[in-house]
Every structure is written in structure tokens, then in C-alpha cells.
Design a binder for this molecule. Sequence first.
Ligand SMILES: [Ca+2]
Length: 170
Amino acid sequence: MPSRPLLSLLVLLLAACAGGESPADDSGDGGGADAADAATTGTLSMSFSIVPDVAAIMDEAPAGTFYGALYIEAHVTPTGVTDDAVALETFEVDLDLDPQGSPTAALFESQPLDAGLIYVLGFLDSDDSIVDDVNPDRGDPVTVPGFDDRYEVVAGASSAAEIRFDLLLP
Ligand SMILES: [Ca+2]
């Protein structure tokens, strides 16, 4: 029978392994969420739109690659994210937005997320300026915390989330 110190070491090793791996479930190879997952996590099904007044002042069409990241509410401030913020997921979606403001169809489904409020922060590289560093430059449509770009993840559900570009990066 293992001694107590050995058990402690095993626990530490397991914790280290868990920390180094993705939080993917251990129920198999994608055969669907098990009951426990369904009870605590959900997804966001994202559509996208731009405020018509914002589209009207753009130099180019509101189209291009959207670079997005998901954050829990505790990691978001009115002006950005906290120093210790960790994105739950980063993703890219090609968009071709209606300048009149109609939302797209659902174009992106998040990974399973713990139920709660999630911010979707990012920008549309409408002038196709990204080469190496993925950062918005002047005139890129952006989503910002101050405009309430947060959405509720409901356990066991895929929740519709309309991601809206409220302004251009000054
Ligand atoms: Ca840009």
C-alpha cells in the first residue's frame, strides 16, 4: 500500500499533468458530451454585425478576418483585460458584414465553456493589415467591454450571441 508521502506526490503529479493539458474532457474521443459536461458547460453560437453608423465612416467594406478571444468576466475591465487575463479560446472567422447592420448567420461555435458571463473581444482586420503581430490598427472595427460585449453561457445549451462592432479603433 502506498505511503502517504507517495500519495501526495502522485496528487501533485496529476495536478501538474492536468495543468499542462488542455481542459478537454476525458470521456473519450469526441463521442459527445457526457452528462456531467452537459450539466456545467455550454457554448456560444456567434453571429456578427456592425453598427450602420460605424460602417458608414469606414474607408473600406466591413469585411475581412475577425480575430477574437473569449474571457471570463473577472478578467475584463471597462477598457480592456486585466494583466493576469487568460483567453479561454482564441479564434479567427472570415466576415463579410452588411453595412446596414443585419447580423450574419451563426458562423462560429465556441468550445464548451463553464456557464457564466463571457466577453467576446476582438477586431475585424478590414484593411488586411495583419502580417505577423495580431493587433488592431487605426480604423479596424472592434468590440469593446464598455459596449457590453458579453454573453451568457448556459449549461447544456448552445446560446446565440450576436457579436457587434460598436466603433472603430481611434
Ligand atoms: Ca487592420
